[in-house]
Design a protein around this ligand. Sequence first.
Ligand code: FAD
Length: 374
Amino acid sequence: MDAEITIIGAGVVGLAIAEKVSEEHNNIFLVEKHLSFGQETSSRNSEVIHAGIYYTKDSLKARLCIEGKKLLYDYCRRFEVPFNNCGKLIVASSENEIPVIEGIRQSAIGNGLDDLEVLEREQISEMEPNIFALKALYSPSTGIVDTHSLMKQYETNSINNGCQIVYGSEVTGIKRIDGGYEITLLDADKKNYSFTSRIVINSAGLTSDKISEMVGINDDNLKILFCKGEYFRVNPPKNRLVGRLIYPVPHPNMEGIGIHVTIDMGGGVKLGPDVKYLESNVFDYKLTVSKQEAFFKSAKKFLPFLEFDDLAPEMAGIRPKIQKPGEPQRDFYIEEESRRGYPGFINLIGMESPGLTSSISIAKYVNNLINYTI
Ligand SMILES: Cc1cc2nc3c(=O)[nH]c(=O)nc-3n(C[C@H](O)[C@H](O)[C@H](O)COP(=O)(O)OP(=O)(O)OC[C@H]3O[C@@H](n4cnc5c(N)ncnc54)[C@H](O)[C@@H]3O)c2cc1C
């Protein structure tokens, strides 16, 4: 075999996997169709280090988020990746939302998160004097991270461990062969070439279902639906009026966690993302200026200082959802596909939030799958 392990996709998850597996294995390739890392979902998100509050008990999302959060904070400290353990408030802005807060706390306790605190109005105003909330749930372990610096660090460590990163090369075909896989690439000069690899890791984000289909796995349950989320920025000087992440209580089936307030490492504040399944899987990052009214109304409930003109369209991202509209929450799909007849082929599909938070624990999990396969 030309390669021992090939990872497809240099987003935050593929890069974290590259770093982890290259600590223990040799002859590793990371193949990315763009000319640099993180050009898709990994650079179009809220950059939140999630606590692990909302995910179904014992799901991979819950387990990998809680483990990944701790590993990520340790990693950021060790490699000086900018982060801020700023904390988050989930706010009830009407009487009927108050019981929801207690429900969230109970399910979080079930996930092993025992540091959440219910805050009354006075305590909230001490923490965030400019917001309105009748009651809030405070999550001290939530934070934010500079995702670009994080990906750069994963890339640097992978290269230092001997991993070869091939940018500008799109995987266009994968064939099962004796003892591994033949992978066909289309390079930046539009030339095709092929190489062989014993293990293949599909970390291709929004097109990971297509990569899986290339090898021969056709499963309706693994079809990705593009689900767009748009953000509006809060213009200065009002961006200085909040110091933490502020979330409304979430939608019951967790299609999204509500238009929330996120802060970033540069002092910026944005509202979003909203949730809109696209009619077809197109990379549509266009901003809808007409949504400003809806964003404004939604956030005004807990940000009373906000005026319509304080907002401006900021950016959009696309979630790689395997959960269909109206369905209950789906888990990450991370499987070594021996049972479908593809040994050594590892699929990661539906890697939506909390994929950034969980990137290091996902990498550990995938590395264990490899060690189990060998
Ligand atoms: C609006 C939004 C907000 C979010 N907020 C958060 C948050 O606050 N916290 C959190 O933890 N998570 C968040 N997430 C989720 C997080 O962004 C993702 O889980 C994470 O970025 C997924 O990383 P990835 O590496 O799997 O995918 P990607 O970043 O999409 O990377 C996949 C890579 O594969 C490459 N690729 C695809 N096909 C091929 C091919 N054929 N050949 C070669 N390369 C290929 C792509 O070019 C891409 O670079 C959010 C997501 C969205 C959309």
